[in-house]
Ligand binder design. Structure first.
Ligand SMILES: Nc1ncnc2c1ncn2[C@@H]1O[C@H](COP(=O)(O)OP(=O)(O)OP(=O)(O)O)[C@@H](O)[C@H]1O
Ligand SMILES: [Mg+2]
Length: 104
């Protein structure tokens, strides 16, 4: 196997060459994104699973789809001992500032 082209490239949050077995959940996310854009109710989606099953990769994929549909989206990883507001405030602040700058 040529090391330069070997598709086996594991790593935390690293997108695989093929996101296997996730079409159903991606479809659910697409439906929610499309419905919310139309001002309709959509079920929230929570991605749960053991370590390394692909939660981060899946959330990144959903985020990319949201951005490509015109949503403002940010990824923030939570961890033990951190208050949610302390994690969210800097992310929301920078997103708001960026949005204000781009629209001025
Ligand atoms: N659907 C998939 N098909 C093929 N490979 C995948 C898939 N989902 C994830 N992987 C691969 O598995 C590895 C772990 O993925 P990821 O970091 O998203 O897992 P995680 O659930 O977020 O892990 P952790 O619990 O440690 O945060 C990565 O190398 C990723 O490319
Ligand atoms: Mg992860």
């Amino acid at each position: 196997m040529d090391k330069n082209t070997n598709p086996f490239n594991p790593g935390a949050g690293v997108s695989p060459p093929e996101l296997a077995g996730r079409s159903e959940v991606l479809e659910t996310a697409n439906t929610a994104l499309a419905r919310i854009k139309r001002g309709k109710h959509a079920k929230s989606l929570m991605v749960l699973g053991l370590r390394g099953v692909g939660k981060t990769v899946l959330l990144n994929q959903i985020k990319d789809r949201a951005v490509s549909q015109g949503y403002l989206a940010e990824m923030q990883e939570a961890h033990d001992g951190a208050e949610l507001k302390q994690l969210l405030i800097p992310v929301l602040r920078s997103r708001l500032l960026f949005h204000c700058l781009m629209s001025s």
